[in-house]
Design a protein around this ligand. Structure first.
Ligand SMILES: [Zn+2]
Length: 356
C-alpha cells in the first residue's frame, strides 16, 4: 500500500507526526508465529453448504483499519483486533462449526461486525414479524423509504441523521398516521454518490398497520400525503423523495414481507463506498462517515414490534452479542470439540491452530 499524507479536508493531528520519522506502520506481523503450526485454511459452511465469508469480511476490516490508522483514530487498534481469533464448536458427527468465542470491535463501518449485525437483525425481525402476524392476523404491512437531500460532509451528515430520527418520531404521531399504526421497524442507511461524493441518508421503514388503513381516504395515506407528512415533520422547504410500497403477505418464492425485512436488515453502509481505487477519497469518506454516524442509533422499533422485541428478550442488534446471531438456531451437540482459527496477517487468511 502506498501511503501518502492526503491533502483533503480532514486534518491529521500534530501530536504523532514525528513518532517514527513520518512513516506510518500499517501491517503488523505479531501473528506470524502461528503460521507454521498448521496450513489448514478455515472453512465454515452453513447447513445449506454456503461458505461463510470470514476471509472477505476480515480483509475488508483490515482495509478499514488501515484507513483509520492513517486518520489516527484512537479506535484503529481495536478495529484491527476484530475477529482475529475465532473459536468454534465443531459437531463430532457432521463437522459443522458454530462460532463460540471471539472479540468483535462493533465499529459502525466494520465489515465483520456489520455482517454479523445484519444476520442478527434479520433473524430478530423475522421472529418479531412472525409474532405480530400470530397476534394480529389481519395486520397489513407498508414499506416506506424516507429520504432527504444529500449532504456533503460528516458534520452535515451527523446533523441530518439526528433531524431524521426526530422527524420520524414526529411523523409517527400525526393523527392520520397514528390511528391505524400497530408498530414499526426502521433502519437507516447511508450511501455515497460516486459522482459528487455526497452522502445520501435514508430510512427504510416497515410499518405495520390495521387493515382499516386500506378502507377509505380517511384512513389510507397515499404517496402524495406521505411526502407532505415527511416534509412537514422534517420542516423542509422542498418535496422530499418518499417511496411507498404495499407489502403483500404471500408470494410463491420469497414473501414480500421477507423482502422488506431483508431490505431493512441490509448493511447500514456498503464497504465498497469507502474502498474505491482512490485512497484520498476513501480517507475522506471514512472520516466523514465516522463523524456522521457517531453515536447514532440506526435501528429502532416502535409500538407492538418494540413490545414484542422486549417480550422475546431479544438483545440489541446494534451493540449486543454478535456471536450468537441465530442464523442457525440449534445448540452445539454434547460431542462438540473446539476449533480455533487465527487470522494470519502475512497470508491474509484464517488458519486452523494446531489440531484437535
Ligand atoms: Zn468489527
Amino acid at each position: 500500500m502506498n501511503i501518502k499524507i492526503p491533502s483533503v479536508r480532514f486534518k491529521l493531528p500534530h501530536k504523532n507526526q514525528n513518532t517514527d520519522g513520518g512513516s506510518l506502520y500499517i501491517m503488523c506481523d505479531n501473528y506470524s508465529i502461528y503460521s507454521d503450526q498448521s496450513s489448514r485454511v478455515l472453512v465454515d459452511k452453513t447447513k445449506s453448504g454456503k461458505e461463510r465469508p470470514w476471509r472477505t469480511k476480515k480483509l475488508s476490516n483490515v482495509n478499514y483499519y488501515e484507513l483509520l490508522h492513517i486518520l489516527e483514530f484512537k479506535k484503529a487498534e481495536r478495529v484491527k483486533e476484530c475477529g482475529t481469533v475465532l473459536e468454534f464448536k465443531a459437531d463430532e458427527d457432521t463437522g459443522h462449526l458454530k462460532l463460540f468465542k471471539t472479540w468483535f470491535c462493533k465499529s459502525r463501518l466494520c465489515s465483520l461486525c456489520n455482517w454479523r449485525r445484519a444476520m442478527k437483525h434479520s433473524s430478530q425481525t423475522k421472529k418479531i414479524v412472525a409474532e405480530v402476524v400470530r397476534r394480529k392476523p389481519k395486520a397489513r404491512w407498508v414499506f416506506l423509504t424516507l429520504t432527504v437531500k444529500n449532504v456533503y460532509d460528516g458534520e452535515e451528515l451527523n446533523k441530518s441523521l439526528s433531524d431524521m430520527a426526530q422527524g420520524f418520531r414526529r411523523m409517527m404521531q400525526y393523527k392520520k398516521v397514528a390511528k391505524n399504526l400497530i408498530g414499526f421497524m426502521r433502519a437507516t442507511e447511508v450511501t455515497v454518490n460516486p459522482i459528487d461524493n455526497s452522502y445520501n441518508q435514508h430510512m427504510h421503514v416497515l410499518l405495520c398497520v390495521e387493515s382499516t388503513y386500506f378502507y377509505n381516504t380517511e384512513n389510507y395515506i397515499n404517496q402524495k400525503q406521505w411526502i407532505q407528512f415527511w416534509k412537514r415533520a422534517m420542516k423542509l422547504d422542498y418535496d422530499p423523495n418518499v417511496k411507498v410500497q404495499i407489502v403483500k403477505p404471500k408470494n410463491k418464492h420469497k414473501s414480500d414481507i421477507q423482502s422488506a425485512v431483508d431490505e431493512t436488515a441490509k448493511y447500514p453502509i456498503k464497504d465498497t463506498d469507502y474502498m474505491t481505487d482512490d485512497e484520498e477519497k476513501n480517507l475522506q469518506r471514512v472520516a466523514d462517515l465516522e463523524e456522521g454516524l457517531h453515536r447514532k442509533r440506526l435501528i429502532s422499533y416502535g409500538g407492538l414490534l418494540k413490545e414484542i422485541h422486549k417480550e422475546l428478550n431479544l438483545d440489541d442488534a446494534e451493540d449486543g452479542d454478535l456471536i450468537h446471531t441465530d442464523d442457525e438456531e440449534d445448540e452445539a451437540s454434547e460431542n462438540a470439540y473446539s476449533i480455533v482459527a487465527i487470522w494470519n496477517w502475512e497470508r491474509r487468511n484464517y488458519f486452523i491452530k494446531g489440531d484437535r
